[in-house]
Design a protein. Structure first.
Length: 127
């Protein structure tokens, strides 16, 4: 099966050896997004809610570049350095997603790239 690499300047560019997303058939695998501003590649300034919103905005930009939307996400993975922030993820997520919500996992981790507090990746299904 053929792969299509998804790339957009509306989301942060890869900061390592990976693609923003890879499409195989109707499935799109979105790489992890952290709260980077696409235009500057600098971390967004603000509280945890601002960071979570930036991550969702970044995921949304990549989903749109693939021809989809956040509502096409079948599986969302959330990585937090402090699981006490999980209720805030739920609160903000309700602004970005409609029911039926995607399957989801939330994982507490010791550290994330660029010392951020949140990262998310996803699997999106088109069509």
């Amino acid at each position: 099966m053929q792969r299509r690499i998804i790339q957009t300047d509306q989301a942060p560019q890869a900061i390592g050896t990976y693609s923003q997303a890879v499409q195989v058939g109707t499935t799109v695998y979105l790489s992890g997004q952290i709260p980077l501003l696409p235009e500057s590649m600098e971390l967004v300034e603000g509280n945890m809610e601002v960071m979570i919103r930036q991550v969702f905005d970044n995921l949304q930009a990549v989903a749109q570049a693939a021809g989809g939307h956040l509502d096409n996400i079948a599986k969302l993975n959330v990585y937090l350095t402090d699981l006490a922030d999980f209720p805030l993820v739920n609160q903000v997520m309700a602004d970005y997603f409609r029911e039926p919500y995607p399957a989801r996992a939330a994982v507490g981790v010791a550290a994330l790239p660029r010392d951020v507090a949140v990262e998310m990746d996803a699997v999106l299904v088109l069509g």
